[in-house]
Design a protein around this ligand. Structure first.
Ligand code: AMP
Ligand code: MG
Length: 486
């Protein structure tokens, strides 16, 4: 175990120099309080759970103190936002506080969101608010428990420093961890600014430090694109399988490691709604749930464009062409597991599609459908859910097909339930649960948030006293308006 004073620093991104990031000191918030801390994220830095109570952590997270051996830096990048290119973005309110190597040799960026003004703040105030910080904290840690690649969240603080959004709110901060904070937008920045030597420096860093296995390939950058395509496709496949809507899939929010990254107005589906738009600022539904796969491809294409000076276009296209197949394969794998299907059959894609159409048409709760399907033998489970479907005849037909598809399943119901429940969460990070926790936290009561953190830390296991957390949301909870403003 280590303490905040004995971490080992290993600057990699910072070592690229001032063309890539600007050294900036955080601006402290006033009268900061620790809101929530993730013991699992602390462990990534070899820090004991008791670090949550270390006054040093609060000082670090509130921008009052930083490590003397590591210079906080604001990264520069650009990116395509809602389809249009914005030439200058960057960490407008975040700082890379340090790059840490843990005892297992893993590299973790320690990033402070809400750290105050930077050269890239544009018209913003450099701050984050409590509600969006809590949302990012819960989402990162929850996605991780589902096995979906994501950045992690160490802790959230609140303060008495006031900021203005649609109303007056308090300035909060979040410490985020990720093996790298490099986005597609980093490449776009140097490519479109024609800073080709810097672009190659970035390539060298990404190959050496993030994709060393590609260095020995005939065309290392082509191999790297292949990996990025694969990871992005697989992550998005899991979003689709678990009903996660990102909400702002701009290229500056796309991780070079294929992590779920930069959480804004995300949502997990409650009722299954194919074309759900979780971001109320997304007027053209560009980032609707059922557009995420093609937007992933669009973003990868924007990234591949930045490699055109180094890799022949035909080769880049060939790699991009692999995206759909990788995505579909990963999606079907995840969905087969969720449905308890043991082998692979050609007709599975159609079977899944037909089910989703019915879930959509009848607004069935997406999470509970899978959980209930595993609870009882298939025929019984399906019969018990028939009333949830408007077109009962169509659902009965699908049920028969599903039962026939499972004819060779020789597991006992106990084995089937155990396997299905291990991939189908009972507790979901529902928007309304987050909202309840946020409203209490805004009043200074963190107990509901901690209780939510507790139940979501083991989403697959039924926990005594938490039945209410597994219910469908109340009607008001399905129509919460979440905008980009955070
Ligand atoms: P996001 O929508 O959070 O991905 O942010 C898009 C860009 O705006 C990034 O460059 C952010 O750093 C910047 N940004 C967002 N909010 C603020 C803020 N309150 N102050 C300064 N910059 C911000
Ligand atoms: Mg962003």
């Amino acid at each position: 175990m280590r303490s905040l004073d004995t971490l080992e620093f290993a600057p990699r991104f910072a070592a690229l120099g001032d063309a890539f990031s600007a050294p900036i000191k955080p601006t402290a918030t006033e009268q900061a309080k620790m809101v929530i801390c993730s013991p699992a994220a602390l462990a990534l830095l070899d820090l004991p759970a008791s670090t949550a109570d270390d006054p040093r952590l609060l000082q670090l997270a509130a921008g009052q103190w930083y490590w003397p051996d590591a210079t906080p830096r604001a990264m520069v990048y650009s990116g395509h936002q809602f389809g249009g290119y914005t030439p200058q973005l960057g960490d407008g309110r975040g700082l890379l506080l340090a790059e840490v190597r843990n005892t297992a040799g893993e590299h973790w960026d320690v990033h402070l969101k809400g750290a105050g003004l930077t050269p890239f703040s544009r018209t913003g105030d450099g701050r984050a608010v409590l509600r969006s910080s809590i949302r990012e904290f819960l989402a990162s840690e929850y996605l991780h428990t589902l096995g979906i690649p994501t950045s992690r969240a160490l802790c959230v603080t609140d303060s008495k420093t006031m900021v203005w959004r649609e109303q007056r709110e308090t300035a909060a901060t979040l410490i985020r961890l990720a093996p790298s904070h490099i986005r597609f937008g980093h490449f776009e920045y140097f490519y479109y600014n024609k800073q080709y030597a810097k672009l190659e420096q970035l390539h060298a860093h990404v190959l050496n430090d993030l994709y060393p296995e590609c260095l020995t390939a005939d065309e290392p950058l082509a191999a790297m694109l292949g990996e990025v395509v694969k990871r992005t496709a697989e992550t998005i496949a899991l979003w689709q399988a678990y009903g996660f809507c990102h909400g702002v899939m701009n290229t500056d929010n796309m991780s070079i490691l294929g992590l779920t990254f930069d959480f804004g107005p995300f949502a997990f589906l409650d009722d299954f709604k194919r074309a759900h738009v979780c971001n109320h600022s997304d007027h053209h539904a560009r980032y609707a749930f059922n557009k995420q796969v093609e937007i992933g491809y669009w973003n990868l294409t924007a990234f591949a464009e930045t490699l055109t000076r180094n890799v022949p276009v035909e080769r880049l296209q060939e790699i991009l062409d692999g995206y759909a197949g990788i995505q579909q394969h990963a999606y079907l794998q995840a969905m087969r597991a969720r449905l308890g299907l043991l082998d692979e059959q050609e007709s599975d894609a159609l079977l899944i599609d037909k089910l989703l159409l019915q879930l959509n048409d009848s607004a069935v709760d997406y999470t509970l459908f899978f959980r209930r399907l595993g609870e009882l033998p298939a025929a019984q489970a399906l019969a018990s859910m028939r009333d949830d479907f408007i077109n009962q005849a169509a659902f009965a037909e699908w049920s028969s097909e599903f039962i026939a598809r499972n004819a060779n399943d020789s597991r006992t119901q106990e084995q089937r339930r155990t396997q299905m429940h291990a991939v189908n969460p009972l507790y979901m990070l529902r928007n309304y649960l987050i909202q309840i926790a946020i409203e209490a936290a805004e009043d200074g009561d963190y107990a509901p948030l901690h209780k939510l953190q507790q139940v979501l830390s083991e989403p697959f296991t039924e926990q005594e006293g938490y039945a209410a957390y597994a219910e469908r949301p109340p009607e008001w909870g399905k129509h919460l308006s979440i905008s980009c403003s955070s």
